[in-house]
Design a protein around this ligand. Structure first.
Ligand code: UT7
Length: 333
C-alpha cells in the first residue's frame, strides 16, 4: 500500500514586508538581502488581533477540502507540522480540525522546525500504510514573524509566514512517498533556538528584556550544516533508489537561503531542476516545501520523481523521494 498526495493548497497572509521597509528598521539593504539570501519580500500575519498559525492552517485546509471535494467528516487524521502554534496548548491541529469540521480526525502537532513537513509526510504515509486510515491531512506552516527580532539584522530579513496543506490517501499504484531518510543531531541546539519561553526559561521580565523570546541563529554555522546535511540525505535517497539525475523531475529544497538551495542542487547535479519560491515568500519554516509545491503545482505531472529535502533547528533534516500522483493545475488562492 502506498500513500499519495491527492491535493495541495496553501495560504499566504495579505500583508507583505519588503526589503525597502526592512531598510527603515535595521542597518541593511535590498542589495545585501537579495544577493546573500535571495529574498525580496515576505508575507506577514497581522499582529495584535489574536491570529496565529491555526488561522493560516484553517484557510489552507478549507481550500483543500473544497479543491478535493472532501467531506470533512471523512478525514481520519490531521497532523499540523509547526513550531509556532497559537498557544503552548491546545494544539494548532485541534484548532484547525475544529474550524474546518474535521470532527472524526485524530489530531496532533508535530514539532520539527523547518523539517516539519517532510517528517509529517512520512508520519502520515505510515498511518495510511496500515490500511486503517483513508484520508489524512498534513497542514504545515509557521508564524515565524511572531518570534522574529526586528532589531536584529542578521535574522529579521529571513523569515515570513504561511501554511501549506496536502490531502493524503492510500493507493495501490507505485506512486506517493516511496522513500524517506530522516535524521537528527541534537548538538545543533545551541546554534539555532529560542532561548526563552519554554520550560527551561519561562517568561519573566528578564527574559523579555534580554530578547530571549526571539529566534537566535548562528547563521554561518547553520548554513554549512544545512548544505552538507540536505545534500547528503538527498544523495543517499537518490542512490538507494537507483535514480540517475535524468530520472529526477524536480528537487524541492527547504527555502532558507538561495545560496543553500543552489549548493544543494549543484551537489545533486540537477541545477536546472529546482523548484524555488524564496524570493517572494522567505523562510516559512514548516510551510516552505508545501507552499513551494503548491505554487508550482502546474509544473507537476503524474509519475514525476521529486526529491524533497529540508533542514531545521535541532538539527533535524532529511530527504523524501515522492512520486507525484496527478497532473497539476495552476495554483489558486
Ligand atoms: O531554516 C533553518 C535553517 N536556517 C538556515 O539555513 C539559514 C542559514 N544561514 C544563512 O542563510 C546565512 O548565514 C545568513 C543569511 C543568516 C547570513 O548570511 P552570511 O553570508 O552567512 O553572512 P554573515 O553572517 O557571515 O555576515 C557577513 C556580514 C557581516 O558583516 P562583517 O562582520 O563582515 O562586517 C554581518 O554583520 O554581513 C553582515 N550582515 C548584514 N549586512 C547587511 C548580517 N546581516 C546583515 C544584513 N544586512 N541584514
Amino acid at each position: 500500500m502506498n500513500a499519495v498526495i491527492t491535493g495541495i493548497t496553501g495560504y499566504l497572509p495579505e500583508d507583505v514586508l519588503t526589503n525597502a521597509e526592512l531598510e527603515k528598521l535595521v542597518d541593511t539593504s535590498d542589495e545585501w538581502i537579495l544577493s546573500r539570501v535571495g529574498i525580496s519580500e515576505r508575507h506577514v500575519l497581522k499582529k495584535g488581533q489574536g491570529l496565529g498559525t491555526s488561522y493560516m492552517g484553517t484557510k489552507a485546509v478549507e481550500a483543500l477540502l473544497v479543491k478535493t471535494g472532501t467531506d470533512p467528516l471523512e478525514v481520519d487524521g490531521l497532523i499540523c507540522a509547526t513550531t509556532t502554534p497559537d498557544y503552548y496548548f491546545p494544539t494548532a491541529a485541534s484548532m484547525i480540525a475544529y474550524n474546518t469540521g474535521c470532527k472524526n480526525a485524530l489530531t496532533f502537532d508535530l514539532h520539527c522546525a523547518c523539517a516539519g513537513f517532510i517528517y509529517a509526510l512520512e508520519t502520515a504515509a505510515n498511518y495510511l500504510r496500515t490500511g486503517r486510515y483513508k484520508k489524512l491531512i498534513v497542514v504545515a506552516g509557521d508564524t515565524l514573524t511572531s518570534i522574529t527580532d526586528y532589531t536584529d539584522r542578521s535574522t529579521c530579513p529571513l523569515f515570513g509566514d504561511g501554511c501549506g496543506a496536502v490531502l493524503m490517501e492510500p493507493s495501490e499504484e507505485e506512486l506517493g512517498v516511496i522513500d524517506a531518510l530522516l535524521r537528527t543531531d541534537g548538538s545543533g541546539m545551541e546554534h539555532l533556538y529560542m532561548k526563552g519561553g519554554g520550560s527551561a526559561y519561562g517568561a519573566t521580565h528578564e527574559t523579555v528584556d534580554k530578547h530571549m523570546h526571539y529566534i537566535y541563529q548562528d547563521g554561518q554555522y547553520v548554513f554549512k550544516r544545512a548544505v552538507t546535511y540536505m545534500a547528503e540525505a538527498s544523495l543517499e535517497v537518490v542512490k538507494r533508489n537507483h535514480l540517475a539525475p535524468e530520472d529526477i523531475a524536480w528537487i524541492v529544497p527547504h527555502q532558507a537561503n538561495m545560496r543553500i538551495i543552489e549548493a544543494t542542487a549543484r551537489r545533486l547535479g540537477v541545477e536546472d531542476k529546482v523548484l524555488v519560491n524564496i524570493r517572494n515568500v522567505g523562510n516559512t519554516s514548516a510551510g516552505s516545501i508545501p507552499l513551494c509545491l503548491w505554487q508550482n503545482e502546474y509544473r507537476l505531472h503524474k509519475g514525476d520523481n521529486l526529491i524533497l529535502t529540508a533542514f531545521g533547528a535541532g538539527f533535524v533534516w532529511g530527504a523524501v523521494y515522492l512520486k507525484w500522483a496527478y497532473d497539476g493545475k495552476p495554483a489558486t488562492t
